[in-house]
Design a protein around this ligand. Structure first.
Ligand code: SAJ
Length: 406
């Protein structure tokens, strides 16, 4: 039975470790976050996906998944640590470097190291490899090394971990083949082999593609506002063309991936990545644009001390994740501007910054309704009934739901 040491038990490392342990690997999960390790050890976790909690709990109980604060000897080391952006929007590789250094004393001939973290192209070859060489093992011959990016959608992680195609970039062909043996134990999608730097770039390109396309939709929404057109109708009609598939405008791009990863391309090719950089600017400017829209609407309606009702604060629909949420940014800015702001979000728990109310409480007596997240619970609302509860009738609909009622 092969032993895998997973370093970093976040939203990728933890489900991957659980799945591997379910496939018969002996898994050691390692995280420097003592609280997390303790909670996991006490089978006391409540991650965002309930199915993951069930899987983790049964993996730990089976004894095949052991939690530790330090790595230990294994056949395979899988690095799944965060690479947050620095103030200059460059990739902070501290966690990757620290993870690599922490496994050095445990590396043996024949081991395989896999990096899953999102990194700028060249990181595996130029940064990870030299650190691992300090083990005294020759990379390629004695120690194998591969880059295998995660590409799962928050909110649907377990399903996509198994179902999605995977890219594996080896530092050499043998490393890629060895990594493939691990992933094919649980991946049902196609596994495509390439070199490490191409795999790193492909990951960044996926998220940049989405960012650029969302920016296009957001730019269209601003153009349509100016021309007094309904952007949702324009997009719906344009998408009837067989080769057009425009994404949805919104209040901006949140999360910890799409709003960050494109900068890792810009970092490596700043003069060439003009469109990618511009797309980031367009999407990042959306929260301010929406705040201005609200400001203008209440001013034009000449409402004194307006009450603003905000529906949703998460970064996207269907999950309680607040990381980089444009909706939360908008609520905060409206509050800073001195408006009376009420907000609700059925997915957010344990939030203390301001009160989160029920939908009813949020809209009652409000002058302006700002729809920020397209949660199913909001889609099902009868807009006419909602408007009757409000004092005013202003609607800033950033997600285009309730279209037939507009
Ligand atoms: N958004 C729009 N309009 C759209 C689609 C999305 O405004 O038409 C917004 C969302 O509301 C959200 C943001 O974009 O604020 C990002 O949401 P998302 O669902 O597009 O993506 P993430 O960030 O949750 O996950 C992405 C995924 N990448 C791609 O779809 C190319 C996922 O597969 C990656 O694994 C993940 O990033 C990651 O970890 O890199």
């Amino acid at each position: 039975m092969k032993k895998v040491c997973v370093i970093g038990l976040g939203c990728i490392g933890l489900p991957t470790a659980c799945i591997l342990s379910g496939k018969g690997f002996k898994v050691v999960g390692m995280d420097t976050n003592q609280k997390l390790v303790e909670e996991l050890n006490h089978v006391n976790i409540d991650p965002l996906e309930p199915e993951l909690a069930r899987l983790a709990n049964s993996a730990i109980k089976s004894g095949n998944f052991i939690l530790k604060l330090d790595p230990e000897e294994a056949d395979v080391f899988m690095i799944c640590v965060p690479t947050p952006p620095t103030e200059e929007n460059k990739a902070d590789l501290t966690y990757v470097k620290d993870a690599a250094k922490s496994v050095l004393p445990h590396l043996r001939k024949g081991n395989l190291v896999i990096l899953e973290s999102t990194v700028p192209p060249g990181t595996t070859k130029e940064i990870l490899k030299p650190i691992l060489e300090k083990s005294g093992l020759e990379i390629g011959n004695e120690l194998h090394l591969a880059y295998c990016p995660e590409r799962v959608l928050p909110g649907n992680i377990l399903k996509e971990l198994v179902g999605n195609d995977r890219i594996i970039g080896g530092i050499d062909a043998e490393s890629a083949e060895l990594a493939k043996e691990i992933y094919q134990s649980f991946v049902e999608g196609e596994i495509c082999l390439t070199d490490a730097t191409t795999a790193e770039m492909a990951k960044l390109v996926e998220n940049s593609f989405r960012d650029v396309n969302i920016a296009f939709a957001n730019e269209l929404s601003r153009i349509c506002d100016k021309l007094n057109l309904n952007v949702w109708e324009v997009i719906e009609l344009a998408n009837k063309h067989p080769r057009v598939n425009i994404l949805k405008p919104g209040p901006g791009v949140g999360g910890h991936c799409i709003a960050v990863d494109p900068f890792f391309i810009v970092e490596k090719a700043p003069d060439e990545a003009k469109l990618i950089k511009t797309a980031r600017c367009v999407n990042d400017s959306m929260p301010d644009y929406i705040v201005e829209k609200v400001k203008r609407a209440v001013k034009e309606a000449e409402i004194k001390r307006p009450i603003i009702a905000c529906l949703g604060i998460t970064y996207k629909a269907g999950i309680g994740d607040l990381r980089g949420s444009p909706a939360l940014k908008i609520v905060r800015r409206l509050r800073e501007k001195g408006y009376i702001v009420r907000a609700c979000d059925p997915y957010v728990k344990d939030f203390t910054e301001f009160p989160l109310l029920s939908i009813e409480e949020t809209v009652k007596g409000a002058d302006c309704l700002v729809l920020l997240v397209d949660h199913e619970e909001f889609k099902g609302i009868n807009l006419d009934a909602l408007l009757k509860k409000m004092r005013g009738s202003l609607i800033i609909n950033t997600r285009g739901i309730w279209l037939s009622n507009e």
